[in-house]
Ligand binder design. Structure first.
Ligand code: CDV
Length: 332
């Protein structure tokens, strides 16, 4: 693949040294203390290598339990955090503040209790002083809302989690405008564009993606391609950097993809993990590189929202609009 010349430029205008902190498998019975110790170890490595921002995976504190239908409500509840930060994650927040490193952390969030209880697949952005600077709740929650014995691979996220209700916010943090996404979000073009319309320069994303799809086996050989393709396109079309971090490896009988990566606004994958275990992938991104691509795709000049109206008005595929309907939609 041809590469753009920016990699050889010695002087970066707005450098931000960041890292994807990939995790290997987390056991179903792993304690929070054991997991947080692994996160802190990666943070220490990041500090030693000059990082200012570390991106942990989706659901970084627990195993990916939506692969099971769990009846035991106490076991399910134990996967969720009711407060953030809390005593279990305090060592992570304390270390980050001491080291002056910001981080993205995916976790399972429970709001309230009893009948009114809500559960979300959530990511937070923590600044270099250890304060929560932003929160996002996963909007594209894939899989089945109920257990389906016909499926070879269960993915019961909608059974456990409500759709995110915070939209796609951006946060000014660490000298960058940052958006947060979670796993399946990366496969859809809309969230990237909504973030870019708010000036996002850097999008952070954690994921748990099975390495094989036994119910769609023809896609198995393309898993890495289907992981990178939408993010590379999104980086290029929106002029932004992407850091995507996996929970990888053989987790409780399921092979999870690695391939944590950093993608430049050129659409190039500029760094990629090489293991399926705990691994720190460090890269110094030049935020100034976003400018060239944001100018190339000058939204203010070239976008035609009126012509795209169907995207926000229609959810699934419907009948073609006839000419009169198009005309009407362009006029109103
Ligand atoms: N955690 C995820 O959202 N995983 C999905 C699975 C269902 C394919 C993904 O898009 O990778």
């Amino acid at each position: 693949m041809p590469t753009s010349p920016f990699k050889t430029e010695a002087i970066l205008e707005r450098p931000l040294t960041l890292a994807a902190a990939q995790l290997g498998p987390i056991a179903r019975d792993a304690t929070r203390a054991a997991v947080v110790a692994r996160l802190v170890a990666l943070l220490e490595q990041a500090a030693a290598r000059g990082c200012r921002l570390v991106v942990f995976p989706e659901m970084a504190l627990t195993t990916f339990f939506p692969r099971w239908h769990i009846d035991d409500e106490d076991e399910v509840t134990a996967f969720f955090e009711t407060d953030m930060p809390n005593a279990a994650v305090a060592p992570l927040f304390d270390s980050a503040a001491r080291l002056g490193i910001g981080f993205y952390l995916g976790y399972c969030e429970q709001v309230g209790s009893g009948e009114g209880r809500r559960r979300y697949n959530t990511a937070i952005l923590v600044d270099a002083a250890g304060n929560i600077a932003g929160k996002y709740r996963k909007v594209h929650v894939p899989g089945n809302p109920v257990y389906d014995p016909a499926l070879k691979l269960q993915h019961l996220e909608p059974w456990y989690f409500a759709d995110g209700d915070l939209g796609f916010p951006v946060f000014d943090c660490l000298g960058a405008r940052i958006g947060l996404l979670i796993c399946n979000d990366r496969r859809w073009p809309e969230p990237w564009r909504v973030l870019a319309l708010q000036g996002a320069e850097l999008v952070l994303l954690g994921y748990n993606s099975p390495a094989q799809l036994p119910d769609n086996p023809r896609q198995n050989a393309l898993r890495t391609e289907h992981h990178q393709l939408p993010m590379r396109a999104a980086a290029y079309q929106n002029g932004l950097w992407v850091v995507a971090t996996a929970k990888a490896g053989h987790e409780e009988g399921c092979d999870m993809m690695g391939g944590s990566c950093v993608i430049a606004p050129s659409g190039e994958v500029v760094a990629i993990s090489s293991t399926l275990g705990d691994e720190l992938l460090v890269y110094t991104a030049d935020l100034a590189l976003t400018v060239e691509y944001k100018k190339f795709f000058d939204f203010a000049q070239y976008r035609r929202p009126v012509a795209y109206r169907l995207i926000s008005e229609r959810q699934g595929v419907g009948e073609p609009l006839d000419r009169a309907a198009w005309q009407k939609s362009l006029e109103t």
